[in-house]
Write a new protein. Structure first.
Length: 75
């Protein structure tokens, strides 16, 4: 997201410019009929850019990992 420099509303003054990257993957194994075992992984990264308030300098990035192990049986 990239807000122009003339945006001065208080709700936009903390983080005006930032980038979000996401990558997800899933692997499912079916050992028998109607039964699945799966693993899912999600990676997200937020790169904070320059903000509108000169007293609040927020630069850097945050990484986030999420995983899920799934056992599913259909009837």
């Amino acid at each position: 997201m990239n807000y122009p420099g003339q945006v001065t509303a208080p709700s936009y003054s903390i983080l005006r410019d930032f980038k979000v990257y996401q990558l997800a993957g899933q692997l499912v194994w079916s050992p028998t009929k109607l039964f699945d075992i799966g693993v899912e992984v999600l990676y997200a990264k937020v790169d904070a850019g320059h903000n509108g308030n000169p007293d609040l300098i927020i630069k850097g990035s945050q990484d986030q990992w999420q995983t899920r192990l799934r056992f599913q049986r259909d009837f």
